[in-house]
Design a protein around this ligand. Sequence first.
Ligand code: ATP
Ligand code: MG
Length: 561
Amino acid sequence: MAEESTNFVHAIINHDLETNKYQQKVHTRFPPEPNGYLHIGHAKAICLNFSTAEKYHGLCNLRFDDTNPMKEETEFVESIQEDIHWLGFDWQDRMYYASNYFEQLYQYAVKLIQDGKAHVCDLNPEEMKEYRGSLTEPGRNCPCRNRSVEENLQLFQDMRNGKFQEGEKVLRANIDMASPNYNMRDPVLYRIQYSNHHRTGDSWCIYPMYDFAHPLSDAMEGITHSICTLEFENHRPLYDWVLENCGIINGPQQIEFARLNLTHTVMSKRKLRYLVENKLVTGWDDPRMPTISGLRRRGYTPGAIRDFCDRIGVSKANSMVDIGLLEHCIREDLNKNASRVFAVLDPIKVVITNYPEDQTEMLTVENNPEKPEEGSRQVPFGREIYIERDDFMENPPPKYYRLSPGKSVRLKSAYIIDCQEVIKDENGNILELHCTYDKDTKSGQDKSGRKVKATIHWLKAEESIPAEIRIYDHLFAKENPDDIAPGEDFTQNLNPNSLQVKQNARIEASLQNAKAPQNFQFLRIGYFVPDYDSSPEKPIFNRIVSLKDTWAKVQKKNESV
Ligand code: ATP
Ligand code: MG
């Protein structure tokens, strides 16, 4: 017996189980078109299809919907498999291609012709448009609608055999040119296309339309619940018409849900592809991209993405989800699991003038306060250290509690230091700070009674190593990148500051050999992961997300209103 339903799709399935519609079977599929990399919207569909099958002890297939040879490539087929596995789902031995069914689909089309339910049409696109009518006007039957079955069969075979040019003929269903639903006004089932297909090569020059191929592919695989996005709702009568008229009894049913839209990003593969092809990003896996491969490189974990998909839920109403929620999910995961380390993004040197020159002292630092079982490590401390340039101000405003001339701060897990002198070059640029430390204030053994208002992070200069740090912001400055003036295009909303590179950062030497997906909290700065380009000679880290949780804050405010 299934658990209590948690969304409307599950409610439909529960009902089907009660009425025994599919002999207690639940079989779903995820049907990507291999014309790009998967994005976070696809993750929603993947989670829904695979988790639904799991919940009901059913099955979920992976099916490549490769009916459009123009844009499809093997590279995409491979990346899609990698991404689904990475998310933690598995189709076992059920990976299929719509192109595997081309012969069967052709035979179904022949059957429709034999039954007088489809015809070969000669109209060109403009004529076809004219015959289709409008919202207020019914369409008219195409003059070719009266062709005999024999003639249609011959013409369709000639289409297959390459006797016509592209666009010269199509196969159309005979449904109802007066239907209020455009999709039912004698829709096209097959078109001619002379392009090489990534799997079938040149063996076909006619290709089935999605609306014809999809229901039949579902049926051939024994799918029970064909879950798709809302824009196909008006296609459902056609989905059902194809099944019924091809003689399929008790076939699959289409269920539509709202697609995911996220603020500050675009989700259409066409647009993502445009960004890649025009080098507006470094590739499909640019850490700013909403693609699964981009999120992976950025340092997102599969758990955080699945958590996000759970939280947004499944509904029938289109909406825009705040990207802050996605960031909240990864932050929660990292707060629990990331090791804490010291790194200084924009270093300024501090010389502790009363500390012995050749002395190095090892201090104990906790690895993760959220996981005491991960213990602690030893961090070197000495006369020369780096602190963050931000943590010093020569002329601070009131209430600035970090370092400034004559003021004191605590160095995390070390001592309190007092700023004595600012050393500058001849142009007035700050070279270094001279401070003294108070040896009675060692963390954990401090009996001095001294109180300071701020604690800052630091690194012993000599033992620290240089690193490049990449700080990312939203790919698009506007919440809705499609909000554009006439004549503009969406790339005008790209955020010019979406990548900021810190070339002179310093990190703990322990990070030299770190490799993704191992992630870290750089204390007081944010969460980071080694980039794919990182090497022990040149460590490079991506900022996954900052520490500040704007989304959680907004939620709190909303609750208190
Ligand atoms: P795009 O418009 O970005 O090209 P698509 O829907 O054409 O997307 P497909 O490869 O056909 O891309 O999608 C595979 C499956 O993923 C479909 O079932 C589709 O409905 C679903 N899907 C695509 N985008 C989203 C989204 N933003 N939210 C939820 N599901 C989505
Ligand atoms: Mg599609």
